[in-house]
Structures are given as C-alpha cells and as structure tokens.
Design a protein around this ligand. Structure first.
Ligand SMILES: Cc1ncc(COP(=O)(O)O)c(C=O)c1O
Length: 390
C-alpha cells in the first residue's frame, strides 16, 4: 500500500545524522559499557517532589480528558512566569499547553505555513528542525552560519532568504552551539521579521541554562508581540523529558488557531502531568538552578581540561547542556572522529554534520554524565585527537 510522501520525505531517506547514536545504543544492548554524550537527557531523574505532585493529582482523579488548551491554572502559571521573566504582557489566553516542545514546533509551523511556503531556520540546528518543517509540507530553508562568527546568524544572510518566506525559526540558548543571541542580533532579526512579514518562532527551551551573557526573549522586543510564537518546555528546565509537557506562547488569535489544531491532533496533555508541571514551575528559580547546576559545573570543568591543550577547540558556550568542539586540526570529519572515538574509547558524541554542513569538523558533546565520568571522557577524547594528529 502507498504511504504518504509527506512522511517518508521527513528525513529525505537519510538517518539525519543519528548513526553514531544508534551504534552506541546497539553496543550497550550487547552489554558493552559506553559513555553516552549524545542526547540532551539529564543524568538526574525528575525531582521526587514533582513526582509526588503528579502521583497526588493522578490519585485525586485528574486522569480523564483534560481541557484541550491546557488547565487554566497551568496556563496562568506559564503566563505569569513569562511576563515576569521578559516583561512582555502575557495572559493565559496567550498560552497553549502542548505535549512537549517538539509537538509545539510542529504546531507552530503548521499554524503559520501553507504547503510549499519557505520556512527559514538557522544552521547548525536542533536535529529535528528541517524534518519538522517538511512534515507540515513547507520547504526548509537553512541560513548558514560559520565557526568564524561563533555560529551566529548574520543580518545579510537572513535578509537574503527572507523575501517571500513565511517564518523564521531561531533557538537561543542554542542547541548545538551553546550560543546566546545578543541584543544586536535579536534587534536585527526583529526588524527583518517586521520588514518581510515573517512569523518568528523562537525556541527557548534552554532559557533556564544561562552561563554567560543575557537571554532575551525576542517576543518582548518592540513590534514583536503580534508575530512571535515562543516554544517552551519542561523537559530541560525541570528534567521532565519523559512527561512530554511544553507550551506555545503567542498572540491570542494564533493561540485560538492552535487550539483548533490541538483539538484535531493531540487533544491536549494529561491532567496529572499538567498539575505536576504547575507544581514544578511554582517552586521558582531555585529548583531550576538546582537542575541547571551540573551543566554549569561541567562547562567550567571542560574549560579547565581543554585549556591545557590546543588540538581540540572549545566554541564559546554561553548556555545549554552541550559543548561544541572543533576537531578540524585532526584532519577528520566530525563523523569520522565520532565513529573512531566510539570504536577506540566507547565514548559516543554527535558529529557536527548532524546539525548541518556548516558544523562539519566539529562534534557536540552533551554534558550529561557525572562530573568524574565527564572529565575522564573529555581527557580520553583529547588523547584520541592527539593520537590521530601524530
Ligand atoms: C532546541 C530544542 N528544541 C526543542 C526540543 C524538544 O524538546 P521536548 O520535545 O522534549 O520539549 C529540544 C530537545 O532536545 C531541543 O534541543
């Protein structure tokens, strides 16, 4: 039977750069010990107090269909948090609760793009971006950046792609580069969106993991409230990856449009998960900082280790749970390096090429194992680079 092209074309027949990840998982299933520095999954589990709130909500009966847009109290809690953190006026009517950030990315693109429309995104990118855009029938247009410019988008490159496009997807703090967009970059982006009539889809799922600089939500910039959809998630901020709960914040008309979509797709998020998310958000910044702390520590640990050598370069990391390392001096591609590192040292990292061609010759390291294991893995990684360069 014929299946739809829209779905078979999501990854255009490639593995989307996940070969190393699958190879590592295969090795683990064969009983080998692999240090996995691939995906953005915390090495701590969801806080027991959050689980207690979830359990209590479930046992109290919040297990039936939940209202599609999200519970009024979670929407209000998210709105209050966003208004407090960004200064932008936000009510519960500006919030749709979604089953995680990924489904919010899908919803934001299908809500703003017609089939065939150009949907822009910045490269290097979170691995699902082009596939998400293809899945809604739009055409993904990558705006390339370079290591020379710290992987930040340049104004002229965005302008060159903007004419006729419908949306621009940005991600700051950035996965995979760790960059945080500065005020000039965000003002340029805001101006281009207004001049070219673009929706801005701002993926801010790492907004609690800030190590240097300042995170600004572009929705709060002049003229942006009416054209920005912010993607948020409890996955990274509260180590709730498996709970699948996130949100879209945007203009009321867009949220109404998205509620209609949710009614015909997800039909909302489990009530007891929403109650747990509300409980977690109400713990405030202290809990968020506790969950971010290991990454803050390991970033400094990596700086200390990498400062003592010059073969592996560390891209300046300002936020998020990953480091981007430059291994071009070994003469290998990111894929070759990652593959040989897995074979030689049973350490799995993501090749830069998985995040787009402009990240070739780099690898992304997730800081998601204990401090000791992380330091040991980094030292082995440097030793491996040195042995190749000899
Ligand atoms: C940049 C970015 N956006 C969105 C997501 C999706 O996260 P979730 O669907 O778990 O909320 C991720 C997950 O790694 C990510 O790195």
């Amino acid at each position: 039977m014929q299946l739809s092209h829209r779905v078979t074309n999501i990854t255009e027949g490639s593995s989307d750069g996940w070969d190393i990840f699958y190879k590592a998982r295969q090795m683990i299933s064969e009983g080998k010990s692999v240090t996995e520095l691939t995906i953005g999954e915390h090495d701590t589990r969801t806080d027991p107090e959050i689980l207690k709130a979830m359990n209590h909500a479930a046992l109290s009966g919040h297990t039936g269909y939940a209202v599609v847009p999200g519970t009024q109290s979670l929407r209000e809690t998210v709105a209050a948090r966003i208004q407090k953190n960004t200064g932008a006026p936000t009510s519960y009517r500006n919030v749709l609760i979604t089953p995680g950030g990924q489904s919010a990315l899908f919803a934001a693109h299908i809500a703003t793009n017609e089939p065939g429309d150009h949907a822009l995104f910045i490269e290097p990118y979170y691995a699902t971006y082009p596939g998400t855009i293809r899945s809604v029938g739009a055409r993904p247009i990558a705006i390339s950046t370079s290591a020379k410019h710290a992987f930040l988008p340049r104004k002229q490159d965005i302008i060159a792609a903007a004419t006729g496009a419908k949306s621009l997807l940005i991600n700051s703090p950035n996965n995979p580069t760790g960059a945080i967009y500065g005020s000039q970059t965000l003002h340029d982006i805001a101006q281009i969106c207004q001049t070219h009539g673009l929706w801005l889809i701002s993926d801010e799922v790492y907004d609690t993991q800030i190590w240097a600089g300042k995170h600004t939500s572009p929705r709060a910039l002049p003229g942006m409230l009416e054209r920005t959809l912010v993607i948020g998630s409890m996955s990274k901020s509260h180590a709730m990856t498996g709970s699948r709960v996130g949100w879209i914040v945007g203009p009321e008309t867009a949220i109404d449009h998205l509620i209609n979509l949710a009614t015909h797709t997800t039909y909302g998020v489990a009530g007891f998960i929403q109650d747990a998310a509300e409980f977690a958000l109400k713990q405030g910044a202290q809990l968020e900082e506790k969950i971010a702390a290991p990454f803050r520590r390991r970033r400094l640990l990596a700086q200390d280790i990498l400062d003592t050598q010059s073969i592996v370069g560390l891209m300046p990391s300002q936020g998020g749970m990953y480091l981007m390392l430059d291994i071009r001096s070994t003469g290998l591609t990111g894929e070759e390096f990652a593959d040989s590192l897995l074979d030689a040292h049973q350490i799995a990292v993501m090749p830069g090429e998985s995040f787009g061609p402009c990240a070739a010759g780099h690898i992304r390291v997730a800081m998601t194992v204990s401090d000791n294991a992380f330091a040991t893995a980094l030292r082995s990684l440097v030793g491996h680079a040195e042995s190749i360069k000899l």
